[in-house]
Design a protein around this ligand. Sequence first.
Ligand code: CA
Length: 461
Amino acid sequence: MSDFLNQISRRKFIVTAGASAGAVFLKGCLGNPPETTTGGNTPSTPTAQTVANISPEQAPEVTTVKLGYIPIVESAPLIIAKEKGFFAKYGMTGVELAKQASWGAARDNVEIGSSGGGIDGGQWQMPMPHLITEGLITKGNQKIPMYVLCQLITHGNGIAIANKHQGSGISLKLAGAKSVFSKLKSSPTPFTAAFTFPHVNQDLWIRYWLAAGGLDPDADVKLLTVPAAQTVANMKTGTMDAFSTGDPWPYRIVTDKIGYMAALTAEIWKNHPEEYLAMRADWVDQNPKATKAILKGIMEAQQWLDNFDNRKEAASILAGRNYFNLNSPEILADPFQGKYDMGDGRKIDDKSMAAYYWKDEKGNVSYPYQSHDLWFITENVRWGFLPKDYITNGAAKAKELIKKVNREDIWKEAAKEAGIAAADIPTSTSRGVEEFFDGAKFDPENPEAYLKSLAIKKVSV
Ligand code: CA
């Protein structure tokens, strides 16, 4: 960020973004309908030419849909597809993007669907679609079948640490910081870390990082769910030690001089799965062509986003008042180029650490590998959030659930219709063995062996 922009935006930024997000959170908390905002000042109206190019067999059954999003970089493909006219190009001229006050609000809204004033689907942490399908996080344990349709992003997330821990050795590796944690553990205020929804990505990244450093997340620290905006406030007043979420939040912590970044998720697991597009199964079953039209629009947005020459424009669209409502797009622009000032003297300038939407070093980002769904479910078993029988017996129960929820078949059909080169369409539902920064390996053929190999876990295998 330039000094000039930094000076004019720093103070104002916290107040504006913090206040508006806080207000939204309060509303959700009190049980009022969560605020939904239709994004974009300029409705993307397709030209007669582009619409005319849709063959009758591919013309969507409906042109409208309501998709929820959270204002973090994970939602960029949805916002770009709308703003650059990619949804409209495939006939989805009435896509409404509804900003969600929190992940809990998104869950509540998909439970009621757009016919009840909610949403048809949208952006999710994992494995929320699976947990909703199983009725494990819904009201009255109602089972709402969901389909995972594509991955939205890899990278773009981090773990932020309060400034009071500067120099304490709390970093990607925690070997030098054990005494800090043990001292806090026996104090009235243990090390407190926050995530934005339990049992999903952010919770799992913090747990993975702590456990890899020899700390038991269930015994050595206090973990809790806090909306991002409130976490920043808590970190400022000193009651929050760490939190994990998507950009621009962690980087804001640094530019606002509240804390530093211990790790990027890209450092914990390079090219890791992050957030996904998932929709209500009943909507997809009723509107298969519209679903593929949505996917084609997103795929085109993902390719557009991965052209680094477009990222300045992307940052300015996302920062807009109707979307992230940032005072300056600069806060997104640097991380979008793989440039992170970690705030503890460490600087990262490596394009391979940036967020990717379409293609990374491992191949296609958009395609939803079933092996990644399995990792998220295995990690839920690891921490006792799901019973062990999901991964014993060759992970038959997990695989059955994934087969039901993960619709990589629809992704492939949409990719073919969009003219994606065969070389860019994965041929296996597994990305194969995954490796983490601490040397641990996840072989999707044997999740039980992965759990056995991990020293710190709640489940006994
Ligand atoms: Ca995330």
